[in-house]
Write a protein that binds this ligand. Structure first.
Ligand code: HEC
Length: 140
């Protein structure tokens, strides 16, 4: 190997290492996963029963409205933001967008819980919902 080739090889190795470091520091998906508290989901369960269950069923299985959890639902594979945006703009039918934001956030937490997401220590916020690029059920 002459000096010139050795230099190119060394520079390439350096560039690759730098690239790998950059890739590692660019926000891994896990760190953007939105968290909710179990208290929030509990409050959401009550708000859901009061405002949504007559159409979607108390266990989200669907009734007059579609299921919001389980294999026959469109909700688990959407992003948390897509579901949140839809429900805050369209739901509940007859009072679209009419609930306070704290209740919508609590209901979103409840829907996440019912779709298999685990409760955490940080409460669910709109910013956290926006940053979360996973599916609502937590898969990628
Ligand atoms: C009076 C009946 C009714 C009530 C009350 C109601 N919904 Fe709905 N909801 C529907 C119907 C019907 C659809 C389907 C709309 C469509 O396909 O155009 C729907 C759709 C949805 C969807 C989209 C589901 C999908 O497959 O993407 C979500 C999320 C949702 N509702 C959440 C809620 C939440 C949360 C509440 C309570 C705050 C609520 N709904 C209250 C009837 C209702």
């Amino acid at each position: 190997m002459n000096a010139r080739i050795a230099l190119i090889a060394a520079l390439t190795a350096l560039a690759t290492a730098a690239g790998a470091r950059a890739a590692n520091t660019s926000a891994p998906a896990a760190s953007t996963a939105a968290s909710y508290t179990s208290g929030q989901a509990y409050a959401g369960r009550f708000a859901f029963i009061h405002n949504c269950a007559e159409c979607h069923g108390a266990t989200l299985g669907g009734h007059f409205g579609p299921a919001l959890a389980g294999p026959h639902s469109n909700v688990p594979w959407q992003t948390p933001l897509a579901v949140y945006t839809y429900m805050t703009q369209q739901m509940p039918v007859g009072n679209a967008g009419g609930l306070p934001q704290t209740q919508y956030l609590a209901i979103e937490a409840f829907i996440m819980e019912m779709n298999g997401r685990r409760a955490g220590t940080r409460p669910l916020t709109l910013a956290a919902i926006k940053a979360d690029k996973l599916q609502l059920d937590g898969s990628k």
